[in-house]
Design a protein around this ligand. Structure first.
Ligand SMILES: NC(=O)c1ccc[n+]([C@@H]2O[C@H](COP(=O)([O-])OP(=O)(O)OC[C@H]3O[C@@H](n4cnc5c(N)ncnc54)[C@H](OP(=O)(O)O)[C@@H]3O)[C@@H](O)[C@H]2O)c1
Length: 199
């Protein structure tokens, strides 16, 4: 099960750190090219390698964490996703203005799904601040909660298993229409709350 990461900023690198801590390999990519990621890959060697966007996108599971307005450019020109799993960690708002993007009443993940034709999309890793994604998920005597949702049961099970491997308490919020709405930021009630599950 190969893992790719598109976007190597706050969330992409936090996810990479969580993987590396658990001995899981991945290929990470940004807009400027693999050579600009030398510091991160030196820190996370031997597990995290830098690659092109095409290389990262070719993995079995691909986490996408790119500023909202840059997503179309980041994802254009890639081959069909052919059933591979995309983890949508994105939110429809970005620095420095933090003005919510106009979604025309759609969920942000529905719009992301339109940018990755043929992918099985699971929304996850979008509702916690990056420092809580990279931190030890053992917290307050329990395990930090990561919510996930999606319409493909098998894809969701694989992402749920990865979340468990990383030490988080994964909670399946159901289909995208339900979970995508609950974890949508801004707008949903769950983002930015540090939930911990006991037992
Ligand atoms: N920050 C958080 O705590 C947080 C939490 C949850 C969710 N999110 C979501 O995660 C996403 C990323 O946020 P972030 O804070 O990680 O952003 P960030 O720190 O600004 O990093 C953005 C990354 O995207 C890459 N990128 C930009 N344009 C690209 C393109 N055309 N092709 C490929 N890569 C491109 C950048 O590469 P270059 O530097 O080479 O341009 C950079 O590695 C956003 O949708 C955000 O809403 C963020």
């Amino acid at each position: 099960m190969s893992i790719g990461i598109i976007g190597a900023g706050n969330i992409g690198s936090a996810f990479a750190r969580a993987l590396a801590r658990n001995g899981i390999s991945a290929t990470i990519a940004n807009s400027r090219g693999p050579e600009t990621l030398a510091e991160l890959t030196a820190e996370l060697a031997p597990h995290i390698m830098a690659g092109t966007i095409e290389e990262a996108a070719g993995a079995d599971i691909v986490l996408i964490a790119v500023p909202w307005s840059k997503l179309p450019a980041a994802l254009s020109g890639l081959p069909d996703w052919a059933g591979r799993i995309v983890i949508d960690a994105n939110n429809a708002i970005e620095a420095p203005l933090f003005k919510p993007a106009e979604l025309g009443g759609r969920l942000s993940s529905e719009i992301v799904a339109g940018l990755v034709p043929g992918a099985r999309l699971v929304k996850a890793f979008n509702h916690l601040l990056a420092n809580l994604v990279s931190a030890d998920p053992k917290a307050e005597g329990g395990n930090r909660v990561l919510f996930y949702s999606g319409d493909d049961q098998q894809a969701k099970a694989e992402v749920g298993a990865l979340i468990t491997r990383l030490g988080f308490a994964g909670i399946d919020l159901g289909p995208l229409a339900t979970g995508g709405s609950l974890t949508q930021f801004p707008g949903g009630p769950l983002p930015a709350i540090n939930f911990v599950k006991f037992g």
